[in-house]
Design a protein. Structure first.
Length: 143
């Protein structure tokens, strides 16, 4: 496991094939991180790593009180590509922040499936024009 005292940077660990160690380390940092900007950055890093262990923590971030964190968690779940996230993403379409809802639409487009497609169709009637536009683009990308 990568410790907080490691002298290697995260990108060096990745180049050495240690992505799983970085994922574990980020999940540990996330559990104790009070700063929403840092939590959002960790969410995106976990999404880019794409590990299965990240799904649970990212699902938890979808309900974070900070919209920035939920927005990045939605994007990260789309990057990870685990279809088990669809139900939680659909639930996140009720959040007030249109940026969260837009990222949810993009993630649903990637994950696909009947439930995701229904949610995207419903998002075409979203109260925000940006979300409607993203939903329309997301549906256009679906097979």
């Amino acid at each position: 496991m990568v410790g907080a005292r490691s002298t290697l940077t995260w990108d060096e660990w990745l180049r050495r094939g240690r992505a799983a160690d970085v994922e574990v380390c980020l999940i540990e940092f996330l559990a104790e991180e009070p700063d929403p900007v840092t939590r959002a950055a960790i969410a995106m890093a976990l999404g880019h790593l794409g590990g299965a262990r990240s799904v649970g923590p990212l699902l938890g971030l979808l309900t974070d009180r900070e919209d920035l964190v939920a927005m990045e968690a939605a994007a990260a779940l789309g990057l990870v590509g685990d279809r088990s996230a669809v139900t939680a993403l659909v639930a996140a379409l009720t959040r007030d922040d249109p940026n969260v809802r837009a990222n949810v639409c993009q993630a649903l487009a990637v994950l696909g499936g009947e439930q995701a497609d229904r949610a995207l169709a419903d998002a075409l009637a979203d109260r925000d024009p940006f979300v409607r536009s993203v939903a329309r683009q997301a549906l256009a990308r679906r097979p």
